[in-house]
Design a binder for this molecule. Structure first.
Ligand code: FE
Length: 389
């Protein structure tokens, strides 16, 4: 039996935050956010105001760092236990929302530790104490609708990718005003992350007739809107906020593939942003997977109106279209051009390939891999050489 899980409600549009005024029957809201941007742009005040109007007592937890740590999560969970909220609201980029998801688990189950919940789908039943609301400010990770959260243990350098439908939020709020505040570079990186989510979901092993249409629509909207969004077009930014969410609904259920496995490892090793890593790798991953997924890639290309009479030509067109989109949003196409020296690359490539082989996303990739094959993909991403098999 297969399962398809999404939040109960998705509020979207201008001033969608206002919808939280209708939260009825709750007493206390615990609000989790990151640095200063939500405060600076006035969204935190607005959220607090709306929650108070709904009759809720509000407590803030601010300062969740990028790539949130185990310590921050435990600290937040402790603050939740002291305050006893029945609503958890996370607002900001992927990091505070991911952190709040993990805090939620340890709030409801104080006796648990990360090691107890690190296996996919091993979480105990949540919502015994609180429901979860997510308000994203970036257009990429889609953590507001996914079953995932990534927390880092900096002492051991281990990343815990939590995966369970228990942490799929109850309410996602896509307020278009928040998406207008992203700097251009962040818009480019997060947008290419969203495109990668959708393309990987469309060929992943757990894809379904429920995830496919979401992935296709997301891909179409990213191609139609990312460049304009990058250039600050308001309408395009709104559409990207929706498109990344559609992609999230698809990949939360269909899972991802080796583009993400490799991006996770090169991002950590070379300190490059997640979306940038995906953007560089995606053309080569499509080529690699085309041995088994050419029909599906051709389908994507057809839905985009790309040229080609055969599946092979259409797949080639899709690869070229991804590269062209990268160029339009200022992304340099190779690791080398993004500051990774040959020396650094050669020192880490074996480790990266071995670790990527073990990444949970690898199991969902349509084509099987070996560390040796992953190394070939990485080599192409380093210098832009063509991938041949
Ligand atoms: Fe991603």
């Amino acid at each position: 039996m297969a399962r398809f899980t999404l939040p109960r409600d998705i509020y979207f549009g201008n001033d969608a935050i206002e919808e939280l005024r209708n939260l009825k029957g709750y007493k206390k809201a615990f609000v989790v956010t990151g640095g200063h941007s939500m405060q600076k742009f006035g969204f935190l005040d607005k959220l607090e105001d709306v929650l108070k109007k709904a009759g809720l007592e509000v407590q803030l937890f601010t300062g969740v760092e990028p790539d949130p740590s185990v310590e921050t999560v435990y600290k937040g969970a402790e603050a939740m236990r002291a305050f006893q909220p029945d609503v958890i609201v996370s607002i900001g980029g992927g990091s505070p929302i991911d952190a709040a998801k993990a805090m939620w688990v340890f709030y409801e189950y104080p006796e648990k530790k990360f090691d107890d919940i690190k296996d996919p789908f091993s979480l105990p039943k949540l919502r015994q104490k609180a429901i979860f609301v997510a308000v994203p400010s970036t257009s990429g990770t889609a953590t507001e609708v996914t079953a995932f959260s990534v927390i880092t243990d900096y002492s051991t350098k281990v990343k815990y990718p939590l995966a369970d439908f228990e942490i799929t939020p109850d309410i996602a709020v896509l307020d278009y005003a928040l998406a207008q505040t992203m700097p251009a570079k962040l818009t480019a990186h997060t947008g290419m992350d969203a495109l990668t989510h959708a393309i990987e979901a469309y060929v992943a092993v757990a894809r379904s007739p429920f995830s496919d249409p979401l992935a296709i629509k997301a891909i179409q909207w990213v191609f139609d809107n990312l460049a304009d969004s990058y250039n600050g077009n308001k309408k395009a930014r709104e559409r990207m906020h929706v498109a990344q969410c559609l992609a999230g609904m698809a990949f939360s259920n269909a899972l991802l593939g080796i583009c993400h496995s490799l991006a996770h490892k090169i991002g950590a090793q070379f300190e490059l942003p997640h979306g940038l890593c995906n953007a560089i790798l995606l053309p080569y991953v499509i080529k690699y997977n085309s041995v088994v997924s050419m029909k599906d890639y051709a389908e994507i290309a057809r839905s985009l109106g790309l040229p080609g009479g055969t599946d092979k030509q259409l797949t080639h067109s899709l690869i070229e279209a991804v590269k062209a989109l990268n160029a339009r949003v200022g992304i340099l196409p190779t690791l080398r051009e993004n500051g990774v020296t040959d020396e650094l690359f050669n020192a880490h490539i074996d480790f990266i390939a071995e670790q990527a082989q073990l990444d949970p996303c690898t199991g969902a990739n349509p084509r099987g891999t070996t560390p040796g094959e992953l190394k070939k993909v990485l080599q192409c991403a380093l210098d832009g050489s063509p991938l041949n098999f």
